[in-house]
Design a protein around this ligand. Structure first.
Ligand code: VG1
Ligand code: CO
Length: 543
């Protein structure tokens, strides 16, 4: 017996989605009406009556409880059907695929991505559109507006739905289809990559370590790498998703995936190493003794994608977020295909992918993906790398050296200054923005500033404009400094400083990136006054 209830509520301040959905501390999300208000705002904006949605999350603390609330609210709002991953688990790319495969009206993903999880860490909710991609700004803005005036939400009173078993059930007249979270995703990967070639490579003794960081990709990686591709048992480490990610920070970068880095730079390093984040959309790639920066990874994947069956016809175009290095642009130019520079966040790639202008997309923040879904996709990137390695039969180091020899090298690094007081970070950005008009022509650290602006983007497909997407300082030698504040943090502000310098070669392609970038780093500190404003002269995460 189920009863549909309408509950009176009041707006809660600050339910504004950031770079990718609404992210807050878990206790905030668990507070009275918090999750409910936001979910109702989603349904009020997109409409639920008679619709079908996908639901799943990265398994973090509160994921299971939140899923039950969302199901009850979907039923009370008149949804016809919800497809939910078993145990409420779905990686972000797998959710994107299910939305598309089943031609649904969108999906709700419960994740705070690479942010730690647990009772005192982070939780998040994002809505993806019927194309499988993150809701664009216009939609998230409407959801936020809705949260500021909300006065009631709808929820059915019922027992929990049993999400532990695959199969169909009914919740107050709404169909709930519990599906295997891995099966359809793994099948999609088989259509894109040469599994036989990769299997042969593993059979020939190729060794890999995949660190799933106790987050959502564990079951996906185990099924695909070990079961289907024959990688040795134990290739996947930290392969069981845990509510607190085993206390790890599930962010695949050299700082947080240090155990993997140590192994890949150790005496008995495997041929290939990879890691993915909380919700499975990010990836880090490492060869024996060589780290591949995400910007370089995008460029190498673009230059070699045709070696995989899913991309043998070539690429339509390559899109990268503005802070991502220009390495991929050089590949696009060489291939004679379109290149696009978008603001940070995967939602900006959706229109380019839908319109068939871009095939590959990437961000410097360990995100790469293609038009197979509308999210970045960690395992996809890892499989494309494996496909390339299987065809080229060269080491990661040899592939990188050949790439730089051909295209030159865009030395690149991102310095993060986390948990700065928001007012200090805002004051620093305001002063920097005010200084921009006077910067062009100025010399600093032996370089000359060619241009400086605050990045604004006009979507080439729908004409929508996004302002103030980050300060860019461009030098006449191709070096570049970008500064912006994070839109995914839940504590104070995070300043992201992006640094780039181009070396054409043939000399100077083997420098340590921090050394190669030293003058650019000094210039950035001098121009932005980071220490003066924030009291911080050193970043706490370098990628
Ligand atoms: C960060 C990254 C951005 C990425 C976003 C979501 O945003 O810089 O490139 O798209 O996280 O990634 P910000 O605003 O903190 O810089 V994830 O793996 O949340 O979905
Ligand atoms: Co993520």
């Amino acid at each position: 017996m189920t009863t549909s209830l309408t509950i009176a509520t009041k707006p809660i301040a600050g339910q504004k989605p950031g770079t990718s959905g609404l992210r807050k501390k878990t206790p905030v999300f668990m507070g009275p009406h918090y999750l409910e208000n936001f979910v109702q705002a989603i349904f009020d904006v997109v409409g639920a009556k008679g619709k079908t949605f996908v639901l799943g999350g990265d398994g973090r603390y509160f994921n299971d409880r939140a899923a039950q609330v969302i199901l009850r609210m979907a039923a009370a709002n008149g949804a016809a059907r919800v497809i939910v991953g078993q145990n409420a688990i779905l990686s972000t790319p797998a959710a994107s695929h299910l939305i598309r495969l089943n031609k649904t009206d969108g999906g709700i993903i419960m994740s705070a991505s690479h942010n730690p999880g647990g009772p005192h860490e982070d939780f998040g909710v994002k809505f993806n559109m019927p194309n499988g991609g993150p809701a664009p700004e216009g939609v998230t803005e409407a959801m936020y507006e809705r949260t500021t005036v909300i006065s009631e939400y709808h929820i059915v009173e019922s027992q929990d739905v049993d999400l532990s078993k695959v199969g169909r059930s009914d919740l107050a007249g709404m169909i709930v289809d519990v599906v295997d979270p891995v099966a359809d995703y793994a099948a999609l990967m088989e259509t894109l990559f040469d599994f036989a070639a990769i299997r042969a490579m593993f059979a020939g003794g190729f060794r890999m370590r995949m660190d799933s960081m106790c987050a959502v990709t564990g079951p996906y990686a185990t099924e695909i790498l070990e079961n289907r591709l024959g990688a040795a048992k134990g290739t996947v480490v930290n392969g069981t998703p845990l509510p607190d990610f085993g206390g790890m920070h599930p962010d695949p970068n050299p700082t947080w995936a240090k155990a993997l880095m140590d192994e890949m730079f150790g005496p008995d390093a495997p041929d290939f190493g990879a890691a993915s984040d909380g919700d499975g959309d990010r990836n880090m790639v490492v060869g024996a003794g060589i780290y591949v920066s995400p910007s370089d990874s995008l460029a190498v994947l673009a230059a070699n994608a045709h070696l995989a069956p899913g991309y043998k016809a070539g690429l339509k175009g390559i899109a990268r977020s503005m802070p991502t290095s220009a390495a991929a642009d050089r590949v696009a130019d060489a291939l004679g295909i379109g290149k696009y520079e978008t603001p940070t966040g995967w939602k900006f790639f959706g229109n380019l992918l839908d319109a068939g202008r871009a095939t590959l997309c990437g961000e410097e923040s360990f995100g790469t993906g293609s038009d197979h879904v509308r999210e970045k996709d960690g395992l996809w990137a890892i499989l494309l790398w494996l496909n390339i390695l299987a065809v080229r039969k060269q080491s990661v180091a040899a592939i990188m050296a050949a790439h730089w020899a051909k295209f030159g090298r865009n030395y690149y690094s991102r310095h993060d200054f986390e948990a700065i007081a928001s007012d200090k970070a805002d004051a620093m950005m305001a002063a920097l923005r005010a200084s921009l008009p006077g910067l062009a022509g100025r010399g600093i650290e032996g370089m000359t500033i060619a241009a400086a602006d605050d990045f604004a983007y006009t979507d080439p497909v729908d004409g929508s404009v996004s302002q103030k997407q980050g300060v860019r300082i461009l030098f006449s030698d191709g070096s570049r400094i970008v500064l912006r504040l994070s839109g995914t943090g839940t504590e104070g502000a995070t300043l992201r400083l992006y640094l780039e310098r181009y070396a054409a070669g043939p000399e100077g392609l083997d420098l340590d990136p921090q050394e190669a970038l030293a003058p650019v780093i000094r210039a950035a500190h001098a121009l932005a006054g980071i220490a003066d404003f924030t009291g911080r002269s050193e970043p706490n995460v370098i990628t």
